[in-house]
Write a protein that binds this ligand. Sequence first.
Ligand code: 6CS
Length: 345
Amino acid sequence: MKWIRVGMACAVLGFAIVACSPDDDDGVREQNWRFGLEEIEGSVQHEYAVRFGEIVEDLSEGRITVQNFPYGQLGGLTDIYEQVQDGDIQLGFGSGFLGGTVTESQIMSLHFIWSESEEINNEVLNSEAFLESDALIDSYRAADLHPIAMVPEGWQVWSANKEIRTPGDMEGVRIRVMDNRILNRQKRAYGADPTAIEYGELYSALQLGIADAAVQPVFAHQEMGFYEVQDYLINPRHLPFLASVMANAEWYDGLSDEARDILHQARKQLVDEIHEVQQAFNAQRLEEMLYDIEYTELTSEERQAFIELAIPVRDFFVSETGERGEALMNIILEEVERLEGEQDG
Ligand code: 6CS
């Protein structure tokens, strides 16, 4: 990956002078925000960043530009997080691999605490109760980061070379996971043999049999070509793929009120817009893969067997992430219950 890092350093330095100009109380100065993505062009994160840039540029009357760095340009996943922490880039996405940097962010990896309604999950994650909770903010701040938004990208779906409908089918399956302790524990609870592999290395790992199975949102199975080396897609509706948008904390604190307001206006506008985008991407890409792969959804009864094995992992999550993690989990459980109650009633 050496060539990637050299290219990335040049690209970043080229914009450093403009991006480092501080804001002041007179308003927004000309500036460039650099945004690191965990996904390639054409992905949900890429679409988010492009739209975010358009909205920010529009609201600032062209004074703020946003420069995206799709996956691969900044090195591996943890390289992106480090560059946001160090202030080399101002903004970045952080999902499963972020667990090693922000322990509590593994809430994004906890199975079966979510609603089966994707709209409810989107609302809960972007609610004031969750997004502006001390638990979330303090967790990211402890790593010199500030949480800006949560982006659900669609249900995570298992891919494998056999149909997996029961924990028995999962027994011994070498499934690739993003590198965090909760995902690892959860897959072990189902009887699988999880293995952490970098996103960009997953295709060849599946092709060479280093991993037998994987888990991704539908659009990613398609755009990264994983479906070409797998026979089945199985949707257990256990977990939406979740990514956080995060900023360098010091940079965020140094923004003028006007610039910060623009950032949050863009963030708010994108909550519903990106939900529509991810739904469309996932539906279209599933359609494109169906000639080559079999897609199935677990029934409620089949899900139940996995739910029973997943529930004890909540205690492990709390033991790993402490009071802040527990608080985040409780907000989600309570808000999901409240919104599902309102929907039913
Ligand atoms: O599995 C991964 O590592 C990556 N998958 C997606 C869909 N987004 C980012 C993440 O790092």
